[in-house]
Design a protein around this ligand. Structure first.
Ligand code: UDP
Length: 242
């Protein structure tokens, strides 16, 4: 525990990461391998909270573009994040990691409601807490949720897990050969350069609350552990005064 760079983390997992190569829905073998990585990190003694996305099932914006009312479509997106959270909980518990799911929208039969103090207590007791349902409000994202929860529970860092992208680049490395990877950025850089790491609501909330973020590739085994142990992988994004 003493050698860890971070003691309490938020891991943001996008819905896409849970879909595997099929690109849609939930693919249990991929979730099992993510769970294994989380277990390895958990075994180090770090407190882990997870924020799940839902884009592998439904995105509110897509529904709105197809003619739905945005708020209604966003509520469907929040439900999608709950499905992902339950699948992750299942995979973690199957390998012996104690977990609790907390939802921002009450669903008492299947999960606890989000209660900040209770979430902190679970973390202190060594349980992995999975935050589902986003912020509980339409027009927001699960990236914003991860920043909000990080500020609320006093997390040291947000680990923003990406699929096959090992950090933040000046341009899309698949399309532009001159693209360079940034080792370190500030949230203001991300906003000014329009780097698209997160939506601007999430970036500005991070900036205002001095939240540190590490963008890294989760598809490489052992990377979660490496970040927690302080290895310099991915891109670190900090507030101006950190
Ligand atoms: N969502 C929402 N409010 C929130 C978080 C999420 O309305 O606070 C909805 C929104 O429709 C979003 C969907 O849930 O498109 C899935 O979340 P997100 O797109 O952030 O998932 P990811 O891209 O990380 O898979």
């Amino acid at each position: 525990m003493t050698n860890l760079k971070y003691k309490r983390i938020i891991l943001k997992i996008s819905g896409e990461a849970l879909a595997g190569d099929q690109g849609f829905g939930i693919y249990p073998p991929v979730i099992s391998s993510i769970a294994k990585q989380i277990k390895d990190a958990h075994d180090l003694g770090v407190e882990i909270a997870i924020v799940c996305g839902g884009g592998n099932i439904w995105r509110g914006k897509t529904g709105a573009e197809l003619g739905m009312e945005r708020a209604q479509a966003d509520y469907m997106g929040m439900m999608a994040t709950v499905m992902n959270a339950l699948s992750l909980q299942d995979a973690l518990e199957q390998i012996g990691v104690p977990t609790r799911v907390q939802t921002s929208v009450e669903m008492r039969q299947i999960a606890e409601p989000y209660i900040r103090r209770k979430a902190i207590r679970h973390l202190e007791k060594g349980r992995v807490v999975i935050f589902a349902g986003g912020t509980g409000n339409p027009y927001f994202s699960t990236d914003t949720t991860s920043v909000l929860r990080a500020a609320e529970i006093g997390a040291d860092v947000i680990l923003m897990a990406k699929n096959d992208v090992d950090g933040v680049y000046s341009a899309d490395p698949n399309k532009d050969q001159t693209a360079v990877k940034y080792e370190e950025l500030t949230h203001l850089d991300v906003i000014n350069k329009q780097l698209g790491v997160m939506d601007t609501t999430a970036s500005s909330l991070s900036m205002d609350n001095n939240i540190t973020l590490v963008v890294f590739n989760m598809n490489q085994e052992g990377n979660i552990k490496k970040v927690i142990e302080g290895e310099n992988i991915g891109t670190t994004i900090k507030g101006e005064n950190k």
